[in-house]
Design a protein around this ligand. Structure first.
Ligand code: ASP
Length: 426
């Protein structure tokens, strides 16, 4: 019998998870799902997070140390930052155009606003206190945060991925600067470590269909609070706002990225899409670019034929700093909340959104909900009451799943472009 491919198994897991969640609610079995199904989803996410730091560490050092000259590395670095910034700014502008045209906030009734604010007030307080900490820092704090004082401590938290990347880059660079003889054993060790980690990822991925099944079944239950009507009510209230975000995200996937690929590479978009599809499905199910990273790297290397060196440098960096979906969503959400509060944003405020959403998406960790926390900073920068985020909590989980798909697709697109550029130079 022909073996079913992993991404099909993941899709089957997703669809059956959604159906299971719906039927669970209809049959009043939500506690069964929360107690007996949800833990498998959490285990799956934990397994993915578990492998993230070792993967970035080993693959980045291997990638850098196999570059035989520093100038190639600096070219890859410069291209990455350049294309990541360009794609983020384009995404924000698409977001701003969509939200200014559709004006979803104008349709929000006063009673709905009050209702949502009340419902999510306590949660807002928690998010506000995190954002306030960020806000009181110096503008250069993000640079300070990249340089760790203790690598063991940094490695103990996935949100410190940029610090791990920083350490791995210096480590890899030092290997390149030393002679072959001096680093022979370390190179051998890193090669072996890398192979072992890739095998571990294979093993973890075989659990993915069950993992995404549990994640989606429990998400439906959590989201609806045990009542399907809640699900429909929330969607209709925030329908136009969600539509704006979804339109922007769809434009990125079906217009901007294909355009980028057409301009800078030879790959057909269908081929690209087919190759990255499994990673997109995992991004959708986990809402985390970091958790999806192993799959993104695997798909880029094996299906999109991007060189290992480029994948191991550009993708971990992209997962942490390049979030086109998140920045687009932040722009739309900020304007939407302002509209809902009856505030007309000036052009200079909208330009501020471009700047702060770029920084906020760079600063957002590649985990579920991170974009929402950083949105508070964007709101503060344009003088909109950050409590406004309570208006959009209700649909944020679903939009998070979708924007993570765009984040991951953006990383893969840029990796493919850099691969083509570097090949052209050779
Ligand atoms: N969940 C997103 C990611 O991991 C970040 C966010 O927008 O919340 O890419």
């Amino acid at each position: 019998m022909r073996k079913i491919q992993l991404h099909w198994k993941i899709i089957i897991g997703m669809i059956s998870g959604i159906l299971f969640g719906f039927f669970g609610i209809l049959l009043n079995q939500d506690s069964l799902i929360i107690n007996w199904i949800k833990p498998f989803g959490i285990i799956f996410i934990n397994l993915l997070k578990l492998i993230a730091v070792p993967l970035v560490f080993a693959s980045l050092i291997k990638g850098i140390s196999s570059l035989n000259n520093i100038s190639k590395l600096s070219k890859i670095g410069t291209y990455s930052v350049f294309f990541y910034l360009i794609s983020t700014v384009i995404a924000i502008n698409i977001g701003l155009i969509t939200v200014n045209l559709l004006k979803p906030g104008d349709y929000f009734s006063q009673s709905k606003k009050t209702e949502f604010r009340k419902k999510y007030a306590s949660d807002t307080d928690k998010k506000l206190s995190i954002a306030n900490k960020v806000k009181n820092n110096s503008p250069l704090q993000f640079l300070v945060d990249i340089v760790p004082e203790n690598i063991i401590e940094s490695s103990s938290k996935n949100k410190n991925m940029l610090q791990v990347i920083f350490f791995a880059i210096i480590f890899g660079l030092s290997i390149v600067l030393l002679s072959e003889k001096e680093t022979l054993y370390v190179r051998g060790f890193i090669d072996g470590l890398n192979d072992i980690i890739l095998k571990m990822i294979d093993l973890i991925m075989s659990f993915a269909p069950i993992g995404v099944f549990s994640l989606l079944a429990s998400l439906i239950v959590d989201f609806s609070d045990g009542n399907l009507n809640n699900l429909f009510e929330l969607f209709s209230a925030l329908g136009l706002y969600s539509l704006c975000v979804i339109t922007g995200l769809v434009l990125m996937i079906f217009l901007i990225y294909p355009l980028f690929l057409k301009l800078f590479t030879n790959i057909k978009y269908f081929e690209f899409f087919k190759g990255i599809f499994p990673a997109q499905m995992l991004a959708f199910s986990t809402s985390s670019s970091a958790a999806t990273l192993p799959m993104t790297m695997d798909s880029c290397e094996k299906k999109l034929n991007i060189s290992k060196q480029i994948c191991s440098f550009v993708l971990p960096l992209g997962a942490t700093i390049n979030m086109d979906g998140t920045s687009l969503y932040q722009a739309i959400a900020a304007v939407f909340i302002a509209q809902a509060f009856g505030i007309d944003l000036s052009i200079s405020q909208q330009i501020t959104i471009v700047l702060t959403a770029t920084l906020a998406s760079i600063g957002a960790a590649a985990v579920p909900g991170a974009g929402l926390v950083m949105l508070i900073i964007v709101l503060e920068s344009i003088g909109v009451n950050p409590e406004g985020v309570s208006l959009i909590f209700a649909v944020d989980r679903i939009l998070d799943m979708l924007r993570t798909v765009v984040n991951v697709t953006g990383d893969a697109t840029i990796a493919k472009i850099i691969d083509a550029k570097i090949n052209d130079l050779n």
